[in-house]
Design a protein around this ligand. Sequence first.
Ligand code: ME8
Length: 516
Amino acid sequence: MKKNFYITTPIYYVNGEPHIGATYTDVACDVMARFKRLDGYDVKFVTGTDEHGLKVKQAAEKKGIDAQSFTDIVSKNFMNLSEKMNISNDDFIRTTQTRHKKAAQALWNKLLENGEIYLDSYSGWYAVRDEAYYSEDELEKSEDGKMIAPSGAECEWVEEESYFFKLSKWQDKLLELYESHPEFIAPNSRRNEVISFVKGGLNDLSISRTTFDWGVAVPENDKHIMYVWIDALTNYLTAIGYPDTKCDEFKKYWPADLHMVGKDILRFHAVYWPAFLMAADIEPPKRIFAHGWWTSEGQKMSKSLGNVISPDVLIDKYGVDGSRYFMLREVPFGNDGDFSHQQAISRINGELSNGLGNLAQRTLSMIFKNLDGIYPEIDELTVEDKKLLNSAGEDLLNFVRKEIEQQRFHKALEQIWKIIGEANAYIDEQAPWNLKKTDTVRMGVVLYVISDTVRRLAIILSPFMPDSMNKMLNQLKVPENERSFEFIENMIKSGVKIEKPIGIFPRIEPDKEKAA
Ligand code: ME8
């Protein structure tokens, strides 16, 4: 049976330039998508932009352009960034697209038909920055009398006619879902937070607005537009052909295997979204993973503090793959993390340049110089040779697969670097530079064993650093159709000739970074 895998990022608000947060979620999802593809899955990976709502409308007004032209420009910036970061998404959803409006209205109609929506009026607190409603007991009063949400966003009082979704009636069903599918919300600490929020009781949710018009029209009453979150969440269905639930894509990919989100938007995904879906007779997704939050040199990233880390700066300083590696290696996925340039340089130089880069470079250079660049014929492997090869083969792949399934990227990388350490210890012990003078046959075997170890590592690492690992596999002369996991235990072919190797991970000079 064909193995399918559907993974999504949140769709990002287009109220400003993309920052490191969007890149972080994109990279994590990209690693999962690429890993699954190499593991034989048929993958659908979707990202996109969330273009309606008051926040985006206000940002457009500030720029003095109409909302559609504004979102066209900013959405393009997000698209370009995904491309630059080598994100392998299969689709890019924009909520202003016709296909999406059709899907959002179809979901609305289904909820209406099922008796899950009623018209009433809303009076309460709303935070434009979060595009979220809050009850008074969740808010704090600031010194100047403003009502502040737990996120720090300022709230305003709203009173208007509104449609409501009967969220309150789904409380028990949601608790049952969390109970019967413990893997539905991860990490576990977040799961507990959601459960206690739902146990605390749910109010019906206001799902339409009348005081502005930048949104998807409510089908039966165009005085109303849909609340931006019901519009946005539907994107996960739009991408696979909804409302056509009989189409191939929908049948193949729904329920989604993983919605990856930041911890700030877990409530929308783990409470509202499954409730909307169950109310529309659609199965909930299989898993929501909420990752942590990046701060910058110890402080919350904010435009006014001037410490927002732009993905372009990251790419300039550390390269695409250096940035991808650092983000997933530095912080246990799920925890908050602080972005420190010093740490980034230290990891890139220590782990990429010295650890992996050097291993490949010195091995291939020796083959190039001493064996005319040709992998030798191998008669016999010693216990040490086999041990190293085995530790970088199926065993490592199985370990990494298990960690990736649980979104523990840092653990996967930690283990891969343990094996890189073993390979470096092996080369030092075997000392092929000495064998050059005493036993050139054994020197050839040692260099061959390391080359094949590097091949294995590069295949397993390619979801994390696709471009660099491709370069490495090119230098090793591994055929392009032999770079998926089923070939992990294949051996490099003797007699194949390599070219003069070029270092893949140049060191980053700390001084240059200070001057920047
Ligand atoms: O919430 N650290 O969009 P958004 C880590 N449109 N991740 C961060 C981050 C940070 N400092 N800042 C942002 C929305 N993110 C809605 C989503 S989905 C149906 C609708 C990431 O532009 C993280 O993934 O505010 C977070 O959840 C997302 O960007 C929020 O993006």
